[in-house]
Design a protein around this ligand. Structure first.
Ligand code: TYD
Ligand code: MG
Length: 454
C-alpha cells in the first residue's frame, strides 16, 4: 500500500505542498498553511481504468437534448444575479461573512423555488430543524413544501437525496459537512474540497441543482470557499456593511449568465426584501449637496446604479498621511491623487484622505475615476458641486479623460432620478444626452477649471 504522507494545504487558495512554510508560495498569504490528513488510499483511488468512459458526439447532443428551461424563483433580484433563473443541475456557491444573511436568503429562495414547482431539500448543518422552522415561521414561510434535513454527514445527505430525488438541494453550510474518507475535521480544506466535489458530481449525475453556502473569514481560520470556486458553475457573494440594512448579492463567476451582476436586498424584521430601485436607495440618505459628496452614475452588470461617493480631506497630524478607502480600490485612489498632483499641480501631501462609497456599495469600475477626483477636489476646496449633478469618466495617467461604456444608460438613470447635469469626458457617444445638460471636458486640468474655477 502506498505510504500516506502528511500534506500541507493553504487555507486561502487551496494549494498543497509537502512541507510547512510560513508563507504560501502560490498566493503569497502569510500563516495560512495548515497540516491536513491526505485522502485515504481506499478503493476509490484505485478505480482508474475501471470506470467506463463514454463519449457523445456534440452534434448528437444538440439535436436530441434541448436543455430544460431555467426556473425563476420570483425573487427578481436573485433571478437577475443567476442570469435569469436557476439552471437545472447547476452547482452554485453563495459566499459571505457569517451573520450577513445567507441562511435567511436561501431559506426564502428555497420557499420561492418550491412555490415555482421545484422539489427542494434544505440541508442545514448549522441549525437544528426546529431552529430552521422557527426562522421559517418568522419569515412567514412555515407552510412551504421545502423539506428540511439537519445533517452534517454528507453520505447520509446524499442517501436521503437519492431517495427524495429533489430538483434543488441547499447545503448550509459546506464548512459543516464531512465525508468519512477524509480524516481531517469539518471546515478544513480537505473536507470542504471533498464535500464540494461529491456534491457537484452528484448534482451533474442526478440532475439536481446544488446551492452551497460558504463562510468567509478574514483570518482564514475556516477554509475559505475559494477552493470550491473552481468546482462550481456560479459563484455569488453576499455582501453588506454590518451597520447597514442593505445587502448586495454579487455574481463573480457565472457559466450561465453575466458575471458582475448585482441584486440588492434590504434586511428587514421579516427577512430580506427586494430593492427594485437600488439607485433611489443608495441616494436616499443623501442630504443637501455638501463638500466632498459626489453622485456617480455606475453600471452594475446589466443595469445602471447611482451611488454617492464621499471624500474627506484634512490636514494630517502624522508624518505619513492616512489614505483610507471603503468600497473602492485603494491603489486606484493613490493613482488619482498622483495624477491630480502631477498633471494639475494640486498636492495632497500632508493631508489625510478618506473615501467612502455610501450604503455599503463596492465599486470596481474605472468609470468612477472622475467622480472620485471630483469628490477629492470638492472636499479639498471645501466647495460643493452644483446640486442635481452626476459625474462619471475614466482618468488616464496623462490626465486625459476617457469616455466610458454605456454613457446613454448612465444618463438615462440619472435623469430618471431627477438629475439635470452630467459632468463627463468629451467624445464618446454622449450626443443623445436624453435631456440632461452635459459638461464635457477633455482632460483633468480643464475639468478642474470648469468645475472648481481654479
Ligand atoms: P443569517 O441568515 O443567520 O446569516 P448567515 O447565515 O449569513 O450567518 O442572518 C443573520 C442576521 O440576520 C441576524 O443578525 C439577524 C438578521 N435577521 C433579520 O434582521 N431579520 C430576519 O427576519 C432574520 C431571519 C434575520
Ligand atoms: Mg447561516
Amino acid at each position: 500500500m502506498a505510504k500516506v504522507s502528511a500534506l500541507f494545504v493553504c487555507t486561502a487558495c487551496g494549494a498543497s505542498s509537502s512541507k510547512w512554510s510560513g508563507r504560501c508560495e502560490a498566493c503569497g498569504e502569510w500563516n495560512t498553511i495548515q497540516e491536513e490528513a491526505p485522502l485515504s488510499a481506499g478503493p476509490s483511488s484505485k478505480s482508474l481504468g475501471r470506470a467506463k468512459g463514454r463519449t457523445v458526439p456534440l452534434s448528437d447532443l444538440s439535436s436530441k437534448e434541448t436543455p430544460p428551461p431555467r426556473t425563476a424563483s420570483g425573487l427578481s433580484e436573485l433571478d437577475r444575479v443567476l442570469g435569469g433563473g436557476l439552471v437545472p443541475s447547476s452547482a452554485i456557491l453563495v459566499g459571505g461573512d457569517p451573520g450577513i444573511g445567507k441562511s435567511t436568503l436561501l431559506l426564502q429562495a428555497a420557499a420561492q423555488f418550491a412555490q415555482a414547482g421545484l422539489k427542494v431539500v434544505y440541508a442545514s448543518g448549522e441549525e437544528a430543524s426546529a431552529q430552521v422552522r422557527m426562522r421559517a415561521q418568522r419569515l412567514g414561510l412555515a407552510d412551504s413544501t421545502v423539506k428540511l434535513a439537519a445533517e452534517t454527514n454528507l453520505r447520509d445527505i446524499l442517501t436521503t437525496l437519492e431517495a427524495e430525488q429533489p430538483d434543488l438541494v441547499i447545503i448550509d453550510s459546506i464548512q459543516t459537512m464531512w465525508v468519512d474518507n477524509v480524516d481531517s475535521a469539518p471546515g478544513s480544506v480537505s473536507q470542504v474540497r471533498a464535500s464540494a466535489h461529491e456534491l457537484t458530481t452528484f448534482a451533474k449525475r442526478r440532475n439536481v441543482s446544488v446551492i452551497m453556502v460558504g463562510h468567509v473569514t478574514k483570518e482564514g481560520q475556516i477554509a475559505g470557499p475559494r477552493v470550491v470556486e473552481h468546482m462550481v458553475d456560479t459563484v455569488l457573494y453576499f455582501e453588506g456593511e454590518r451597520g447597514h440594512q442593505f445587502r448586495i448579492l454579487r455574481a463573480v463567476k457565472n457559466r450561465f449568465g453575466p458575471a458582475d451582476e448585482i441584486g440588492v436586498f434590504e434586511m428587514t424584521g421579516a427577512g430580506l426584501a427586494e430593492v427594485v430601485n437600488p439607485s433611489a436607495l443608495f441616494l436616499s440618505e443623501r442630504a443637501q449637496p455638501s463638500p466632498g459628496s459626489v453622485v456617480f452614475s455606475g453600471i452594475e452588470g446589466t443595469r445602471p446604479v447611482l451611488c454617492e461617493l464621499q471624500a474627506l480631506v484634512a490636514p494630517s497630524p502624522h508624518s505619513q498621511p492616512r489614505r483610507a478607502v471603503v468600497g473602492w480600490d485603494g491603489s486606484r485612489l493613490s493613482m488619482i491623487l498622483a495624477v491630480l498632483e502631477a498633471r494639475c499641480g494640486i498636492p495632497f501631501a500632508g493631508l489625510d484622505v478618506y473615501l467612502n462609497v455610501a450604503g455599503g456599495m463596492k465599486i470596481s469600475e474605472p468609470a468612477a475615476d472622475l467622480a472620485v477626483a471630483a469628490a477629492l477636489l470638492s472636499a479639498r476646496e471645501d466647495s460643493a458641486l452644483p446640486a442635481e449633478t452626476v459625474v462619471f469618466g475614466e482618468i488616464s495617467l496623462s490626465g486625459a479623460l476617457r469616455p466610458v461604456s454605456q454613457t446613454e444608460n448612465r444618463l438615462k438613470e440619472a435623469q430618471k432620478l431627477g438629475f439635470t447635469t452630467a459632468i463627463v469626458p468629451s467624445g464618446g457617444k454622449a450626443a443623445d444626452a436624453s435631456g440632461m445638460s452635459l459638461v464635457q471636458t477633455a482632460d483633468l486640468t480643464s475639468f478642474v477649471g470648469e468645475v472648481f474655477g481654479a
